[in-house]
Design a binder for this molecule. Structure first.
Ligand SMILES: *[C@@H]1O[C@H](CO)[C@@H](O)[C@H](O)[C@H]1NC(C)=O
Ligand SMILES: *[C@@H]1O[C@H](CO)[C@@H](O)[C@H](O)[C@H]1NC(C)=O
Ligand SMILES: *[C@@H]1O[C@H](CO)[C@@H](O)[C@H](O)[C@H]1NC(C)=O
Length: 389
């Protein structure tokens, strides 16, 4: 009965087995294909490859937590360090296919430099990418993340490759434009639905086929059916009771009889002098009858639809073979963006937890936001004082 050292050992071994089993089950639930938090100092330099394509145009990344942070070590990430440069860097992992599985791509972006124009997106590539030759022309599977340029572009890209062509999402998704760390997540499911989350909140969701124009439409207007001639779809018509006033028509230009012939006018040189033409103040333009609601309006004609003969479903739009590289391939006017907490997994819950632990724990406190706001105001003050010079 006495538990000898041997018995205790067996018990401990049993417990360890159970723990191991638990860990294995846990691992079986979440496949983590890639995870990068830059926690080992210079170690990242062995895992990430700078492109050498047109190297003179490329800027360097450096590892830093930036000007402000929640945690000086955990918030370290790759920062773009030179203005008006291209950036191209990538990291390779064991190839996998997302066929029949959910694919989650997630990372954090912090534009602490008050970005005015620059990409903050990532790209996912197949195993055959030549990393040293990574450029904007390299074919990618997926492009995802924020892009800011001036007041026009402030969006989250979702672009999927299908049959060697990039298909961008049709829905506008607004990205964050402030200087804090934000978490961007793309989820692609085997039922061909997708979800974009920012800071673990849904920013867009839908069906890939509906929102990305991969396939021709399922239904088209029946070309054999024409709109009936008596179908009146004019919302408004001319008011038959509105008559053109008799004094309406006036010429647009008239002679300026108040003008005088200049003294130095010489008919034999300048030609015969005549009054110049001026705009007629009485001119009222072309007469238009008043518009009234059409009493015979029948609404938009419902064109009967038929199945599109050119449509055939594809249930594998979402799936990619040999997914093996994650990369940054961007241009930045003002550098300073920090990329961190990259994750590629098949498990939405794992990604959400990882997001909360990385971005959630290290996002800046209110006090730090306040400090940052003061810096921002100073920056704009300076900016505008320069403008008014
Ligand atoms: C590198 O990429 C460029 C641009 O895409 C391409 O023209 C060139 O052929 C590539 N070079 C090699 C060695 O693959
Ligand atoms: C008009 O111009 C012609 C040709 O240059 C000249 O011979 C004539 O004297 C001019 N007439 C006047 C009134 O200046
Ligand atoms: C995936 O990569 C392997 C090894 O390079 C290759 O044999 C296979 O053809 C690739 N599959 C696709 C679909 O590209």
């Amino acid at each position: 009965m006495a538990a000898g050292p041997g018995g205790g050992g067996a018990l401990r071994q049993g417990l360890e087995m159970l723990l191991l089993l638990g860990a294995l089950l846990g691992a079986a639930q979440a496949a983590v294909y890639f995870q990068e938090q830059f926690l080992d100092g210079a170690g990242w330099q062995k895992r990430w490859v700078h492109s050498e394509y047109k190297a003179e145009r490329l800027g360097m990344f450096k590892l830093t937590a930036g000007k402000f942070y929640g945690d000086p070590v955990r918030d370290k990430g790759l920062q773009t360090s030179e203005n008006s440069k291209f950036y191209a860097i990538s990291s390779r992992f064991k190839p996998f296919s997302n066929k029949g599985k959910t694919l989650v791509i997630q990372y954090t972006v912090k534009h602490e430099q008050k970005i005015d124009c620059g990409g903050g997106y990532i790209k996912i590539f197949s195993s055959d990418l030549d990393q040293k030759n990574l450029s904007g022309d390299s074919r990618y599977y997926i492009m995802f993340g924020p892009d800011i340029c001036g007041s026009e572009t402030k969006k989250v890209h979702v672009i999927l490759n299908y049959k060697n062509k990039p298909h961008p999402i049709k829905k506008p998704i607004r990205c964050k434009v402030d200087g804090y760390t934000h978490l961007y997540t793309l989820i692609i499911r085997p039922d061909q639905t997708y979800e974009v989350k920012i800071d673990n909140e849904v920013a867009a969701s839908g069906n890939l086929e509906d929102d990305l124009d991969f396939l021709p439409p399922r239904k088209i207007n029946d070309p054999a059916v024409k709109k009936p001639h008596d179908w009146d779809d004019r919302i408004q018509i001319d008011d038959p009771n509105d008559i053109k006033p008799e004094d309406w028509d006036e010429p647009e230009y008239i002679m300026d009889t108040s003008a005088e012939k200049p003294e130095d006018w010489n008919d034999s040189v300048n030609g015969k002098w005549s009054y110049p033409m001026i705009k007629n103040p009485l001119y009222r333009g072309e007469w238009q009858p008043r518009q009234i609601d059409n009493p015979n309006y029948r609404g938009v004609w419902p064109h009967p639809k038929i199945d599109n003969p050119n449509y055939s479903p594809d249930y594998n739009i979402y799936s990619f073979e040999n997914i093996s590289i994650i990369g940054l391939d961007i241009w930045q006017v003002r550098a300073g963006t920090i990329f961190d907490n990259f994750l590629i997994t098949d498990d939405e819950d794992y990604a959400e937890d990882f997001g909360d632990e990385t971005w959630g724990e290290t996002k800046v406190t209110e006090e730090e936001q306040e400090r940052e706001r003061v810096i921002e105001e100073k920056y704009f003050e300076h900016f505008f004082s320069q403008l008014s010079l």
